[in-house]
Design a protein around this ligand. Structure first.
Ligand code: TYD
Length: 219
């Protein structure tokens, strides 16, 4: 199969897909469905997430989501640290083996949540993540777009308390949604925007259709 290369850094041979969107949009369900479909076609698939895709990342995740006060810049650096270690020890090795990596959140989460949500500036936060990852950009990024009022209401049924980011307020979540949509509109070659309010199987079919050419599998 012929695969596109990433813009910089060593050229992994696998396919890298990230899933983005607000809290409660159904990213993990869609990742599981896509992974099962790809594995059914005999592909090596790694599913992972940020923050917390490594042991160190789990400690960083606890600090950033469930710790005490964390300043906006500290928050951005904690996510970038998690990402640097995740890419170095998990994502790049899997791509170099020729695998398909599906990650629940990646650098666009930082751009939307810290760059716009926390108003640190999208280009500065993006530059930080590009430095952290030696420029590794996904081949495909799926944005599961949903009104944050609907997404957060879906999470209200969990037993766990809302984390620091989920508790950041509706204005914050509306800013992150707008940031995601603007970023996706500016780079349609990388992004697929799907209405996350649509039925699960409809969303999954749209995702499969977008990923299929990258992995050489017919839909
Ligand atoms: P996630 O694991 O998707 O949340 P959950 O498992 O509770 O559904 O992400 C945790 C939170 O971290 C989420 O609110 C988004 C936020 N986040 C950022 O603010 N910046 C980032 O770079 C990343 C990766 C996540």
């Amino acid at each position: 199969m012929s695969l596109p290369t990433t813009p910089s850094g060593p050229s992994p041979t696998g396919v890298f897909c990230s899933f983005e969107g607000g809290d409660g949009v159904g990213k993990s369900t869609q990742i599981e469905l896509l992974a099962a479909w790809l594995r059914g076609h005999g592909l090596e698939v790694l599913t992972t997430r940020e923050p917390g895709g490594t042991e160190l990342g789990l400690e960083l995740r606890a600090a950033v989501l469930h710790g005490g006060h964390v300043s906006a810049r500290t928050e951005a650096l904690l996510y970038a640290t998690d990402r640097a270690h995740h890419v170095d020890t998990v994502v790049r090795p899997a791509l170099e083996r020729g695998g398909v990596v599906l990650t629940d959140r990646y650098l666009d989460s930082s751009v939307a949540y810290q760059g716009d949500g926390r108003a640190l500036g999208a280009s500065e936060v993006e530059a930080l993540s590009l430095w952290a990852t030696e420029g590794l950009i996904p081949h495909v990024t799926v944005l599961l777009d949903l009104d944050p009022e609907v997404g957060l209401a879906r999470l209200a049924h969990r037993s766990a308390r809302p984390d620091r980011l989920e508790s950041a307020g509706m204005d914050f979540h509306h800013r992150t949604r707008a940031a995601y949509l603007a970023r996706a509109a500016a780079d349609p070659g990388r992004w697929l925007v799907v209405d996350a309010a649509a039925p699960v199987e409809e969303v999954a079919a749209a995702v499969r259709a977008r990923v299929a050419p990258f992995v050489g599998v017919p839909t």
